[in-house]
Design a protein around this ligand. Structure first.
Ligand code: NAD
Ligand code: UD1
Length: 346
């Protein structure tokens, strides 16, 4: 089976995608600098799949290290490029850190792909490129707005770099996936998201509140123009997101038919409000959540959800898991890491 290099494969979405790739018999190589992940995820992958993938500690923002790494690799068929920094707020405070990491890494990888004749790449983009769109749901043709943050800008610039590189190199093939809000964890509770410090994202905050690490969830704003006043997003189970990458690789196999740069929304097509998340979490887990409504968070948009028709038709992919599946897996994972922490502290 073809060899897939997964940059950032020790991270949240990468590790779940690797499980799916192994299930489909792909040979996987992980390269990650572990700046936002833990090497123990490899044990988790082995527990779930029976296979411990080859791992290389590489910083792709380092031009020489990237070249040395690629010089030793043979027969890579496709790269799935997850490696990037992703904290929106931090990117506003430290823009250069974000431009340097996310853009240098992409350029270093592309230069070496060209030199080593690696033709296919799947790029992690984000629905953040749409900003607050005028009409819902957003399609791949919805106009891109000026990015709200340096992080968002690295995704827009990343897509542009890939498109231009594809124009100049017709044999080179790109699928960019615009993820909506990934949540949840592997159903076994063995791998999941590992937020460092106080989580910015809603679901880790919800589960940490339910388990008692945080006192109270703050709901940012109930004065939005939505049915219950709280903001709406398209929450997709990370394992569904993982299967979209397998579909993207299949698509790259038929590139002659479709052109060499394509973008797909990867969401569920359903918008869910923050209050609906809270209620569903309480129902699924039987945990009462302590929450309070506070003012809006700066930079938040009111609503976004995906039009998924293009991905359904062209990638033959659709999100299958329910919100309840996602929330119960997130809860199972929270209990796993909490218990591990408790055992370590004993
Ligand atoms: P993550 O932080 O869990 O995973 C990213 C991995 O990349 C980490 O393991 C980190 O150590 C590694 N990394 C970062 N910079 C690197 C570098 N220079 N060299 C090598 N490794 C490096 O994040 P994630 O949630 O899994 O996100 C994966 C990708 O998806 C990112 O590109 C992110 O921007 C994008 N994305 C994420 C979300 C989300 O909500 N999680 C939404 C949209 C897009
Ligand atoms: C954020 C990023 C986005 C990124 C995504 C996934 C911003 C502005 N956007 O999206 O670029 O792709 O994460 O990593 O940061 N909420 C609360 N209380 C909380 C946390 C969140 O009410 O403690 C609300 C938010 O206001 C939002 C929703 O929950 O309405 C989802 O928030 P979050 O998980 O942070 O994702 P986004 O803001 O959609």
């Amino acid at each position: 089976m073809p060899k897939i290099l997964v940059t950032g494969g020790a991270g949240y979405i990468g590790s779940h995608t690797i499980i799916e790739l192994i299930k489909q018999n792909y040979k996987v190589i992980i390269a990650d600098n572990l700046s936002n992940s833990d090497i123990r995820v490899l044990d988790g992958i082995e527990k779930i799949t029976g296979i411990k993938p080859e791992f290389h500690k590489i910083d792709f923002a380092d031009t020489k290290a990237t070249k040395d790494f690629f010089d030793k690799q043979k027969n890579i068929d496709t790269i799935i490029h997850f490696a990037a920094f992703k904290a929106v707020g931090e990117s506003v405070d430290f823009p250069l850190k974000y431009y340097k990491n996310n853009i240098f890494s992409l350029i270093n990888i592309l230069e070496n792909m060209k030199k080593n004749m690696v033709k296919n790449i799947v790029f992690s983009s984000s629905c953040t490129v749409y900003g607050q769109a005028e009409r819902m749901p957003v399609t791949e043709k919805t106009p891109i707005k000026k990015a709200d943050s340096p992080y968002g800008n690295t995704k827009q610039i990343g897509e542009d770099i890939l498109m231009d590189f594809g124009k100049a190199n017709p044999n080179f093939n790109v699928v960019a996936l615009r993820y909506f809000n990934p949540i949840g964890a592997h159903e076994t509770g063995i791998i999941g998201e590992l937020p460092k410090g106080i989580p910015n994202n809603l679901i880790p905050f919800v589960t940490q509140t339910a388990i008692g690490i945080r006192k109270q969830l703050q709901i940012f704003g109930n004065d939005y123009n939505t049915p219950d006043g709280t903001a709406i997003r398209d929450y997709i189970h990370v394992c569904d997101l993982a299967t979209a990458h397998v579909a993207a690789i299949d698509r790259l196999k038929n590139k002659e038919k479709f052109g060499n740069f394509e973008v797909f929304n990867v969401g569920t097509g359903t918008g869910i409000s923050v209050l609906e998340i809270v209620k569903e979490f309480e129902t699924v887990t039987g945990q009462k959540l302590n929450y309070k409504i506070v003012g809006r968070r700066k930079g938040d948009i009111e609503k976004v959800w995906a039009d998924t028709k293009f991905a359904e038709k062209q990638l033959n992919w659709k999100a299958k898991r329910t919100l309840s599946d996602a929330l119960s897996s997130a809860w199972k994972w929270e209990k796993t890491i909490y218990n591990e922490q408790m055992t370590m502290n004993k």
